[in-house]
Design a protein around this ligand. Structure first.
Ligand code: BG6
Length: 506
């Protein structure tokens, strides 16, 4: 990240639809405040929150202050800095049933545009429920709020569509109002520091590229496990499930970063082209191989840290016979020269035993073993483990000789750990992403064709799972590693899921 003075950011107006909602409180407001205190906001900027609630500016500011105090990585606000930041905040109610309210919003935007000058950029952030995405875009168009192609942008949260068809429709509608350069489809995983580092790691080091292929890599695991259950998000989650909520976006994006070819330069469309190529090369599923290569699960009740937790079917707003999966494990193949027959195992789930996001690259065994079996005590093929969270590290597991007069080998770790290496605080994904939107950099955002390619891939699995009620749900207890079938999926190929040892968890 550079400072905004060096970047010379144009004056910016952020219009946040869903200003009173959870996303703004937990993520956007803290991110904007941190960017402000660290000197990354443009010299002139304004934040206009909007929603159906009738608020006066002061009440809105107080709500955001409480939220930043609660959710910001930097802790409670500094009074002076907050007061300065709060001067930029404004609230104006909007209601689709009262078009006049959009005229008020327009006046608020125009007032700042006049004050800030003609270079002012306006960013419309759709932090609303997905069913309002199209309507909001249409209203922005109707009230001529987005006519200036160079200076207006729209940020669309996930989920982008509910299936392939609705994603296509949304892309089509946005395409009639905006150019692709104006559309920022968020996948917050791409803003995570460790995820961005995947590109530096792969493409700024000569060491890995020669090994990064089917000749040396045995298989890849991408595992995003969460201890939390669905909590109060049952209303949303019932219509989503793990496949839509995590695999279609976050996990497939991680797969793309591991699988992509080397780009010619570090430039948004070049990188996104390489990622789309991966999605297009993934072997499509048929109804038959969904059964063999995809496992779904739903959590039952259990105990987490001494507290009894309910089963998914007993969470608020969840159907007592729900068929929604809270766990998914899938085996993919990428049909190209680099990856032919290298399995990529993806796994995600809620109410599992650990919260961690790991990418494990397991290398092939040595071609010829010169050591006797008793010399290599715990023989383990080389592994590269990229830990995205909560630990942020990259570790290389290899064999070494244990000190002593005997020749005894055992696996050791070479670790690059962010905490031990850098003293600076890591920005939250949303800080990086909001700054990128202001800079007009789409590298870490999804292009329309990428979203559609990812939907196309998961549709056969989605259809198979939706059309057939699972008879064994719930099939894993809270605080476990998911259903036994997920172990069997990988064990059939002679592997097992890799988890960081518990002591590594912070
Ligand atoms: C969101 C999903 O996109 O990502 C949530 O909707 C999930 O269900 C979350 O918990 C995980 O994100 P993170 O950053 O906490 O790993």
């Amino acid at each position: 990240m550079k400072s905004s003075t060096a970047l010379n950011l144009n004056p910016t107006i952020f219009v946040i639809f869903g200003g009173t909602g959870d996303l703004n409180k937990r993520k956007l407001a803290p991110a904007l405040y941190n960017l402000f205190t660290e000197g990354y906001m443009p010299k002139k900027f304004a934040v206009i929150g909007t929603g159906r609630t009738e608020f006066i500016d002061q009440t809105f500011k107080e709500e955001l202050k409480d939220a930043v105090n609660e959710f910001s990585r930097s802790g409670k606000v500094d009074k002076e800095k907050w007061d300065d930041f709060a001067k930029t905040i404004h609230y104006t109610p909007t209601d689709f049933t009262k078009p006049k309210t959009f005229e008020t919003l327009k006046s608020a935007v125009e007032k700042y545009q006049k004050e800030f000058g003609k270079e002012t950029q306006v960013i419309y952030y759709l932090a609303v429920a997905p069913k309002f995405f199209s309507m909001t875009a249409e209203y922005l168009h109707k009230y001529k709020l987005t006519q200036d192609e160079d200076n207006s942008r729209i940020v669309v949260e996930k989920p982008f569509g509910h299936n392939l068809e609705s994603a296509k429709e949304l892309n089509k509608l946005l395409g009639c109002i905006f150019t692709e350069k104006q559309i920022y489809r968020i996948d917050h995983y791409l803003g995570k520091e460790t995820v961005q580092n995947m590109m530096a790691f792969r493409f700024a080091n000569a060491l890995f590229e020669p090994l990064w292929n089917r000749s040396y890599i045995d298989h890849v695991q991408i595992s995003v496990t969460e201890q939390l259950g669905v909590e109060d998000r049952g209303g949303y989650y019932e219509g989503a499930g793990a496949l839509r909520d995590m695999i279609q976006n976050h996990l497939l994006q991680l797969l793309c970063l591991v699988g992509m070819e080397v780009p010619i330069k570090f430039e948004a469309d070049e990188l996104r082209d390489r990622k789309v190529e991966v999605l297009k090369a993934i072997r499509p599923f048929s109804a038959e191989n969904v059964r063999f290569n995809a496992v779904r699960g739903q959590y039952g009740k259990g105990w987490v840290e001494g507290k009894e937790v309910p089963s998914y079917r007993h969470e608020t707003s969840v159907d007592e016979h729900s068929n929604t999966e809270t766990f998914a494990a899938i085996k993919f193949y990428i049909d190209n020269w680099r990856w032919q027959n290298v399995p990529f195992y993806l796994r995600t789930g809620k109410r599992l035993n650990q919260t961690s996001s790991l990418i494990t690259i397991q290398f092939r065994d040595v071609p010829h073993q010169i050591f006797d079996a008793d010399v290599a005590e715990n023989w383990q093929q080389n592994r590269l483990i990229i830990s995205i969270q909560p630990e942020m590290s990259i570790r290389m597991q290899m064999q070494a000789k244990r000190p002593g007069v005997d020749m005894v080998l055992n696996p050791v770790d070479m670790v690059f750990d962010y905490k031990g290496t850098y003293e600076t605080d890591t920005p939250e994904a949303y800080e990086t992403l909001l700054l990128d939107v202001m800079m007009g950099d789409q590298t870490l955002f999804m292009r329309g064709d990428q979203v559609e390619a990812a939907w196309e891939l998961v549709m056969p699995i989605l259809n198979a799972w939706e059309s057939k009620q699972s008879i064994n749900f719930p099939n894993y207890p809270a605080d476990s590693w998911g259903p036994e079938e997920a172990e069997a999926l990988i064990a059939r190929d002679g592997f097992h899921w890799y988890n960081l040892p518990l002591k590594e968890q912070k």
